[in-house]
Design a protein around this ligand. Structure first.
Ligand code: OFO
Length: 171
């Protein structure tokens, strides 16, 4: 059983995960429109992962007898800068998500909500991995700079990313 406060906070964040999915879907289209097919694939995989994150919250809320409610949200930007800028935007967004997950975890601790604490642990770990991946790519993009051959090689590398669905979308 969730407190009203915990339920509302989890539901709000569920919608933020959906926003993340739409954000990366727009980034994928933007990268494709500038000829970066590999980067487009990378952001598409990112979109697919965010949909899993969204579904984890959706499933968890419903499993706790709450009704998950998808609400209205702001449209993500449709115009982006260079690949480096897009990756820096991605890291900024993920740092924001990390802050949200930490706040949710703080609330779960405060509410003595052990089930939610366990549920949120997966996301705490996931965010470390997400930020690490983004920082690594930012480093590579800075190294490559405006070098066309380097960008082509990096785009090829981004094209190899594969979406691996978790064994279950449940919490
Ligand atoms: Fe990118 O981790 Fe969810 O939002």
């Amino acid at each position: 059983m969730l407190s009203k406060k915990m339920s509302a906070a989890l539901n709000k964040h569920m919608n933020t995960e959906l926003y993340s999915a739409y954000l990366y879907l727009n980034m994928s289209a933007s990268a494709a429109s500038t000829g970066f097919k590999g980067a487009s694939n990378w952001f598409m995989v990112q979109y697919q992962e965010e949909m899993i994150h969204f579904m984890k919250f959706y499933t968890y809320l419903n499993s706790q007898g709450e009704q998950a409610i998808v609400g209205q949200m702001a449209a993500p930007p449709s115009k982006y800068g260079s690949l480096l800028q897009m990756m820096e935007d991605t890291l900024n967004h993920e740092q924001f998500i990390t802050k949200c997950i930490n706040e949710l975890t703080d609330l779960a601790v405060k509410e003595k909500d052990h089930a939610s604490q366990i549920f949120l642990q997966w996301f705490v770990t996931e965010q470390v991995e997400e930020e690490e991946n983004d920082r690594e790519l930012i480093g590579k993009l800075k190294l490559v700079g405006d070098n066309g051959y380097g960008l082509l090689m990096l785009d090829n590398e981004l094209g190899t990313r594969v979406f691996t669905p978790p064994p279950t979308t449940a919490a």
